[in-house]
Design a protein around this ligand. Sequence first.
Ligand code: HAM
Length: 422
Amino acid sequence: MLARLRGFQDLLGADARAVSRVEECARAMAHRYNLNEIRVPMMERIDLYQRSTGETSDIVSKQMYLVQRSDESQGKEAMILRPEGTPGVVRAYIETGLDRGDPYQRFFYWGPMLRYERPQKGRYRQFHQFGVEIFGRADAACDAELMLMIDDLMRELGLAVRFEINSLGCDTPDCRPRFRAALLEYGRAHWDELCADCHQRLERNPLRLLDYKIDADRVAASAPKSLDYLCGECRAHFDTVKQILSQAKVPYVVKPSLVRGLDYYTRTAFEVVSADVGSQSAVAAGGRYDGLVKELGGAPMAGTGFAIGIERTALALLARGYQSEGGPDVALASLGDAASLAAITLGHDLRAQNLRVEVLPADRKLKAALTIASRMGAHYAVIIGDNELSRGVVQLRDLRASVQREVSIAGLAAEITSSARS
Ligand code: HAM
């Protein structure tokens, strides 16, 4: 038996349907918010992620899946299987010249991401994200609009979520650099209480100290907070974001310890938490990254976005008792040679009316065929024998209500759609 890799999933049945439901609703939301699809590759150069997600982030320092080309004659080249979508989208935005030619862009994307993480429920090594990235908008209204998108989507899915928000400030000297210095000072004062990992983090990027997992609450409670170091503009930006969220009745809390594990964020950062999915409760996260386009070689350009974890959102949906209609509207059971041929055409006609139809194999006894239809979750069975066929009728059996009646073939589709609606 060749088992699948640890942390990788096969999804089928209700699990696959819940994932599809999240994807469909996300696409519909993207349409309502005038977002345009962008498709970028699964594989990128490593330095793209080193320069964006950040060398000190867990994603780049511990969780990358590297691919090495085996064509030795061309020299070796190592590439990364994308752990997140933002860097690739920013690269594409710059590479297609949009940053200079047509900078205001509203993108959405979807796809598998890979991170070498310790697997558990809601945390996988391959998972899917539905992401949004907006370029050319520096205003706070745009940050708030991203959260409205997520709120809209979660409402449509029937999920209750809470937004945790923070501001990480900007790179002007009287803003984040002061916060960074304060964290460094704090870290040095608490050196003996920190792990070896944190010692390294502190020297290379003091913000990573706040990702400290071993004693996160204590560090979060006593370490300096970015909100206490914001410059006037960043403070006003954050106030406007909060004001819009309150006005739109989006449930949020300010979480001063939230820094996010990726390096590119400036100003607004947020996570979206569901009470339905256990310890891996962040179903979406995002924020502003005003320095990233320039950092990756583009024009100075505002950027902001988020990504939804599709599997985690689907888990929340299933935990809420989501039930999808997995079965066909109609299963056709035929008895006799002429009827089995007629069933194929009849199935074709019913599908043209947008009904979901299964034409059952003709070699079964009626009882066996009806058992298959019930097991599939069919709403109706249509039984067609040679005798019925010669009279232009079929037996229509409602498998859920266990009632059966004769109806004309000509009126069958209308009969099914009207009874299904009533
Ligand atoms: P992230 O917080 O790393 O942000 O991931 C976003 C979401 O992806 C998480 O909230 C979670 O739902 C899901 N996710 C992450 N890792 C896993 C995993 N191992 N298994 C299952 N689900 C997972 C980003 O990726 C940023 N690119 C978001 C962003 C877009 N920021 C600005 N634009």
